[in-house]
Design a protein around this ligand. Structure first.
Ligand SMILES: C[S@@+](CC[C@H](N)C(=O)[O-])C[C@H]1O[C@@H](n2cnc3c(N)ncnc32)[C@H](O)[C@@H]1O
Length: 247
């Protein structure tokens, strides 16, 4: 790739990571509780991104190692959490020794993995009896304005990958449980528009198409009867938490 183009791509990822850190939701305390059973000490946050979940794990006193393939995301994570050990790496080739952690967490990322390969890698790095916790934040699209917001994004994105996805962890795991945690993320109208722009498809859209998409989102956010005039908008989420034990 020509160096100017490569630099432009790198810059767009860095911008994407900044926006991601600023407006994407974190994870509710009740979900984090499920990821850290008593006695958990060493935790791998896999596909850690900008560190949204990592920060909550660190705040609970866990020793957290983060693994993340994207340079821009890792840079944000290190800026926010300078004491966390961060490695470049993927779920399919986790750069940690066998049986080295009590917990592996995966937030908003399992659907990107090669599932059988990632499951085997998670089983390899977990100690026997260790926990894998896989979470997704889904907007509650049963709320009418949230459904309309989602419809705009789905029109541009095609089918949403995460919704309806169930992790297939294989024979190495037992006690698979799903728990739903309901909560609200409060954003300004402007942040709600910017949130749409953090979707990966929106980051790589040609500038005119990206602007048109964000204009449609802004119109919804400023004119929908349930939103018009609000300065703080409660975005309802359901956090899906899947946990399973390493045999
Ligand atoms: C939607 S972000 C979630 C980041 C973070 N866990 C959070 O909750 O904010 C998805 C992350 O998965 C990472 N990712 C994508 N494919 C991956 C893979 N095969 N192995 C590890 N990480 C991957 C991306 O780089 C991105 O940072």
């Amino acid at each position: 790739m020509d160096p100017d183009l490569q630099a432009a791509h790198a810059a767009s990822f860095t911008h994407g990571a900044d926006e991601y850190a600023a407006v994407r939701p974190g994870y509710p305390g009740a979900a984090v509780d499920l990821l850290l059973p008593d006695g958990s000490q060493d935790v791998l946050d896999l596909a850690a991104g900008t560190g949204k979940l990592t920060a909550s794990l660190v705040a609970r006193g866990a020793r957290v190692v983060a693994v993340e393939p994207a340079d821009g995301m890792r840079a944000q994570l290190t800026a926010a959490l300078p004491d966390v050990e961060v490695h470049a790496g993927t779920a399919e080739a986790i750069p940690l020794p066998d049986a080295s952690v009590d917990v592996v967490t995966v937030a908003q990322a399992w659907h990107w993995f090669d599932e059988p390969v990632a499951s085997a890698e998670v089983a390899r790095v977990l100690r026997p009896g260790g926990l894998v916790g896989i979470v997704w934040n889904d907007r509650d699209e049963d709320v009418p304005w949230v459904g309309a917001y989602g419809a705009l994004l789905h029109d541009a994105a095609g089918p949403q990958l995460a919704r309806g996805t169930h992790p297939e962890l294989g024979e190495a795991f037992t006690d698979v449980l799903r728990t739903d945690v309901r909560w609200d993320h409060v954003l300004t109208p402007d942040e709600l528009v910017r949130l749409a722009g953090t979707r990966s498809y929106a980051i790589v859209l040609p500038p005119d198409e990206r602007a048109a998409l964000l204009d449609r989102v802004r119109t919804l956010v400023t004119t929908h009867p349930d939103l018009a005039g609000l300065t703080a908008i409660r975005v309802p989420y359901v956090t899906r938490v899947y946990t399973a034990r390493r045999r």
